[in-house]
Design a protein. Structure first.
Length: 401
């Protein structure tokens, strides 16, 4: 296929109907670059203004597209998503670890282009997620100055400020891709997101954005996807570490004591915990009030007078919105309803997981002890005499009475 024919496939991905765009991706080699700005296929997906961009991006990643590719302007696909106000792709690319403050040849970040093109919702989201307002471009402008000149109020930041001048477009890009493909799973590839009906009798707690239910049926595969993402979250905390590039999905799954490959029995257990039919343990699912789709979950077991919380998971689009605290409150209410003798709650958190530590402390948990984790992985496996330096698990507790 000559360059002109290749370029036509890129254009189809950006402008064609979804079926034709997906066919174009299937025909393309992900190492190909468009002749104009030396961009790979992911740039054209990010610039797409029609439905299906996230599905197309997943297709590209499954085929091996390079997440760290920059074009002749030293820009990433995030710049194009921001310039066109494509919030879906902005959220998708950031969830894959693309640097929010990466700078182009003019020393501008994606935020400049969201503001300059009057996509203020996109700009607001970038700022909330940690985009710098004070990056100085070659022309001496900053995002703060641009917003001020437009009389636009500056939103509160919900995430800590990311590195103001990162050197890599997407640190650990190959590891990110590897984990993303595993997290999405093959079995759910073409399955639509299940819609959850709200049954008042099963709502444990709720607020304006979410409700938490104690009975959720026929969603084991969807909850398993969140479980895989939970493993990935723990891996991606360390994307700037030298050992991250060699991290495998089995390492992350083992860290949180979750199977890397789910058997039918494991899926049956997920279903039983989520429907409340398994004595001594439960899974509560959080559901978006707006979309009626799963937004996260919490899994816990009851032993004597203690609730032991194993997983607290807010799915990535819902992180930074207080969902973790809502899930913890729901678990406490559920535990006390099932066993009034429950007097305390316990959970573990990686010492490197700052957001989770703050969430648990805000909910009243205090550090009681610590232990060695399996991160970073080494060749010692389960050798009790391993002397390699490891990240700590912090064991936290809370009195419920």
């Amino acid at each position: 296929m000559n360059q002109e024919e290749r370029d036509k496939l890129f254009i189809a991905v950006r402008y064609a109907e979804l079926a034709e765009a997906r066919e174009a991706v299937s025909k393309a080699d992900m190492s190909w670059l468009h002749s104009t700005l030396q961009q790979n296929m992911l740039f054209f997906v990010a610039a797409r203004r029609r439905r299906g961009c996230e599905l197309l991006a997943q297709d590209c990643i499954r085929k091996g597209v390079d997440l760290s590719q920059i074009d002749s302007h030293n820009q990433t696909p995030l710049f194009w998503a921001a310039a066109l106000g494509n919030l879906v792709m902005m959220k998708f690319l950031l969830s894959l670890g693309m640097e929010i403050n990466f700078r182009d040849n003019e020393k501008k970040t994606a935020l400049f282009f969201a503001i300059s093109n009057n996509h203020l919702e996109a700009a607001r989201y970038l700022i909330e997620q940690g985009a710098s307002l004070d990056v100085v471009a070659v022309d001496r402008t900053t995002p703060r100055k641009l917003l001020k000149s437009m009389s636009v109020p500056i939103p509160d930041r919900k995430r800590k400020l990311w590195a103001p001048d990162p050197q890599a477009a997407c640190p650990g890009a190959s590891t990110r891709s590897r984990f993303a493909i595993w997290e999405w799973g093959q079995e759910e590839k073409e399955e639509p997101e299940p819609l959850i009906s709200k049954s008042t009798e099963h709502v444990v707690v709720e607020n304006t954005e979410y409700f938490v239910t104690d009975s959720l049926g026929d969603c084991s595969k969807r909850l398993r996807r969140s479980e895989r993402e939970f493993c990935g979250d723990h891996a991606h905390l360390h994307q700037h570490q030298h050992w991250y590039k060699d991290l495998q999905t089995e390492d992350a799954a083992g860290l949180v004591d979750t199977p890397a490959k789910a058997s039918k029995e494991h899926l049956r257990l997920i279903e039983a915990f989520a429907t409340g039919s398994r004595p001594g343990a439960f899974t509560l699912a959080a559901v978006s009030q707006k979309s009626r789709t799963v937004a996260g979950y919490i899994h816990a077991s009851l032993e004597d007078d203690t609730m032991k919380i194993k997983h607290v998971k807010a799915d990535r689009p819902h992180q930074g919105k207080g969902l973790g605290g809502l899930l913890l409150l729901a678990a406490e209410k559920r535990a006390l309803k099932l066993a009034s003798c429950i007097a305390k709650a316990k959970l573990s958190v990686l010492d490197t997981n700052g957001p989770a530590k703050r969430c648990y402390a805000k909910a009243g948990f205090k550090v009681a002890s610590s232990s060695r984790s399996t991160f970073p992985p080494c060749g010692c496996k389960n050798n009790p005499h391993c002397n390699h330096r490891k990240i700590k698990w912090l064991q936290m507790e809370k009195c419920l009475h």
